[in-house]
Ligand binder design. Structure first.
Ligand SMILES: CC(C)(COP(=O)(O)OP(=O)(O)OC[C@H]1O[C@@H](n2cnc3c(N)ncnc32)[C@H](O)[C@@H]1OP(=O)(O)O)[C@@H](O)C(=O)NCCC(=O)NCCS
Length: 188
């Protein structure tokens, strides 16, 4: 197998941005997205706000894997919580099932630790990909979470997973709580 190099970037050069846009376009099958679906994604998800880094996997200088890392301060029962986040995870379809996403996720968790995050959140198709994220400590939130779209509208969903980063206590409190978990901003 060709050698994989994984790097973290605070900001992407225009060239790398173009290459990773293409990678995401293919991996997420964006050609099949209707204008309405694109509009919904832009309403619900942040792509740059709260994003502090990108993890990119390369094979011979070509990006083959991508992750966006997020960080936001939220409030949970009077406590300030530093919520880390993972979004946009993808691997080039020709390079899938070789452990690239797993390696990137391991680096992502280390980076969220360095950034003093208490816990991390992501959303995914848990039935399909719960195992992938489970390898690095994520478990299903198992209840509703809420987030606020760009329009100010509140949304509710149930596909959230959380992981302990620097605080096992906060992780347990959030996991065992019965209230709707509030992301206090856009989803990622
Ligand atoms: C999901 C995705 C990022 C996985 O990337 P990858 O580099 O192939 O992942 P890995 O090789 O590290 O997979 C590790 C494990 O995760 C699970 N997994 C990965 N892809 C899976 C899939 N498509 N279906 C079911 N399980 C999967 C498996 O348990 C796998 O272990 P195995 O290969 O030994 O069975 C990649 O398939 C992708 O880009 N998909 C399209 C975009 C997407 O849906 N991203 C997720 C957004 S939440």
């Amino acid at each position: 197998m060709s050698e994989i190099t994984i790097k973290i970037f605070e900001k992407l050069s225009p060239e790398l941005e173009k290459q990773t846009d293409e990678l995401r376009y293919i991996a997420f099958n964006k050609k099949d997205l209707t204008p309405k679906q694109k509009e919904i994604n832009n309403e619900k998800f942040t792509f740059s706000k709260d994003c502090f880094a990108y993890i990119i996997a390369f094979i011979q200088n070509t990006p083959v894997g991508y992750i966006r890392l997020f960080k936001r301060t939220i409030h949970f029962y009077g406590k300030v919580v530093i919520l880390g986040g993972i979004g946009g995870v993808c691997t080039d379809p020709h390079q899938q099932r070789k452990g690239i996403a797993t390696q990137m996720l391991q680096i992502a968790i280390k980076e969220l630790k360095k950034q003093h995050c208490d816990i991390a959140y992501l959303c995914t198709n848990i039935e399909k990909l719960g195992k992938l994220y489970g390898k690095v400590g994520f478990v299903p939130l198992n209840r509703q979470y809420t987030f606020t779209g760009n329009s100010g509208r509140k949304y509710f969903d149930t596909d959230g997973m959380i992981a302990p980063i620097n605080s096992e206590n906060i992780f347990q409190e959030v996991l065992n709580n019965k209230e709707i978990f509030d992301l206090e901003g856009l989803n990622w």
